[in-house]
Design a binder for this molecule. Structure first.
Ligand SMILES: [Cu+2]
Length: 119
């Protein structure tokens, strides 16, 4: 059941991203269409959106959706020592209580970089 809803979210997010990229790329990651604002999709060897802005106290969920390719979320900023498992499916969550800029990457793929900005 949980797996199905995660998949549904991933599909919804992907279609939202595709729709937005045709018209208004700035809306990616917005709260339109009921898609959670604080979600990062791991797909096509990238974090989508690459930069996500949230409010302090909010939880960010990363959703793996890149077939059998394993990835991880590893923070590189000195202000946060945190890393997800390396996995091909599943989710990872973290609640950001302090404002700041948090850089992260996938340690397997050098080009996979992401950023969480906490207001
Ligand atoms: Cu990766």
């Amino acid at each position: 059941m949980r797996k199905i809803s995660v998949l549904a979210l991933a599909v919804l997010s992907a279609s939202l991203l595709v729709g937005c990229s045709r018209q208004q790329p700035d809306l990616v990651g917005s709260q339109s269409d009921g898609i959670p604002h604080n979600q990062v999709l791991i797909s096509h060897m990238s974090f989508i959106p690459r930069v996500l802005t949230v409010q302090a106290g909010q939880t960010v969920t990363w959703v793996w959706d890149d077939g059998a390719t394993p990835h991880n979320v590893t923070f590189t900023s000195s202000n946060l020592a945190l890393a997800s498992p390396t996995q091909a499916t599943g989710t990872f969550r973290h609640t950001f209580d302090q404002s700041g800029v948090y850089m992260y990457r996938c340690t397997i793929h050098n080009n996979m970089l992401g950023e969480i900005i906490v207001k």
